[in-house]
Design a protein around this ligand. Structure first.
Ligand SMILES: Nc1ncnc2c1ncn2[C@@H]1O[C@H](COP(=O)(O)OP(=O)(O)OP(=O)(O)O)[C@@H](O)[C@H]1O
Length: 287
């Protein structure tokens, strides 16, 4: 299957921070979520994908092309939605559309108006009068109206109430019903990814922790719970992180094949959420 995004050993230093040796692939027709704690480098990575910052080392391939050779073509085919409002605040939605649409060769007014209607957006109002959720919907309407093959969103659900958030996730899922389209988005809200993502890329401190199919992640990680006295028996080789909980211990492990059946019989084994995986990976072990 065709890779829509391919990063090979990408490094980028910005002052004290560095993205280090980032490599991953993302196939067409799916949703990939990018997770990581504050300051992990998610926005910086997205800026590298968009060539808003030039990488120091490594290769960024989008649609099999590099920005160096084909940046205009690549940007025509990406719908980019990011946090800071990049519209003209004092102009109406319609005027914004009139200014921005001519930059895209595949702009489709009927798609634009159908999203305006679907999202119930007030065309005549100024951008600055919109709520955060409405601004996000307008940004998505604009991004989708030039018929992009790849939608990249930097925290599209941040600051949205649960109803808007659910709607936003439905929109992202609708997009990939067309199997030629793909969605790549960063978020702090890992439960959103539990619902919609096919692939997860997790970065911490500028480095990749993993980039995998979501279902495989849930097959590989286990959350073990048991009495304190058994905590020492959890093999260190599989231990990602753990803590004493007051009523016993809890440990995240990346495999249970090394663990004696006799010990497993005495433990409670759960499939961890993405949030738990992220938490223990970052926090480490204090058993
Ligand atoms: N222009 C810049 N000048 C200085 N430092 C920067 C700049 N851009 C990013 N950084 C630093 O790089 C690091 C990664 O930032 P980035 O915004 O990519 O993280 P993030 O994972 O998106 O974080 P958050 O979840 O908080 O939005 C941070 O420590 C940030 O302070």
């Amino acid at each position: 299957m065709e890779n829509i995004i391919e990063l090979k050993n990408v490094s980028k230093k910005i002052k004290d921070f560095q993205l280090k040796n980032i490599s991953f692939e993302f196939k067409k027709g799916y949703i990939m979520g990018l997770i990581g704690p504050n300051g992990a480098g998610k926005s910086t990575l997205i800026r590298c994908l968009m060539d808003l910052v030039r990488v120091d080392d490594g290769e960024v391939n989008i649609f099999g092309m590099t920005h160096m050779e084909n940046t205009i073509e690549i940007k025509q085919r990406i719908g980019f939605v990011y946090d800071e409002s990049h519209f003209y605040d004092d102009l109406s939605l319609e005027k914004n559309k009139k200014i921005i649409a001519p930059f895209y060769r595949n702009w489709d007014d009927s798609t634009f108006y159908s999203y305006i209607k679907k999202f119930n957006l007030p065309l005549k109002k100024k951008i600055k009068t919109l709520s955060k959720g409405m601004k996000m919907k307008f940004a998505i309407a604009m991004a989708l109206s030039h018929n992009p093959d790849l939608i990249i969103l930097d925290e599209p659900t941040a600051g949205l109430d649960p109803v808007f958030r659910r709607e936003m996730l439905d929109i992202l899922q609708d997009i990939i019903q067309d199997e030629n389209k793909s969605v790549f988005f960063s978020t702090h809200i890992t439960t959103d990814l539990d619902q919609v993502a096919d692939y997860i890329t997790f970065i911490n401190n500028g480095e990749i922790v993993f980039s995998k199919e979501k279902d495989i992640i849930f097959e590989e990680y286990f959350l073990l719970k048991g009495p304190d006295s058994l905590a020492v028996d959890v093999p260190k080789v599989n231990l990602i992180g753990g803590r004493k909980t007051g009523v016993g211990f809890e440990a995240l492990v990346d495999g249970i094949d090394n663990i004696e059946q006799q010990l497993l019989n005495q433990l409670h084994i759960e499939t961890p959420s993405l949030e738990t995986i992220m938490y223990y990976t970052i926090r480490g072990n204090s058993l």
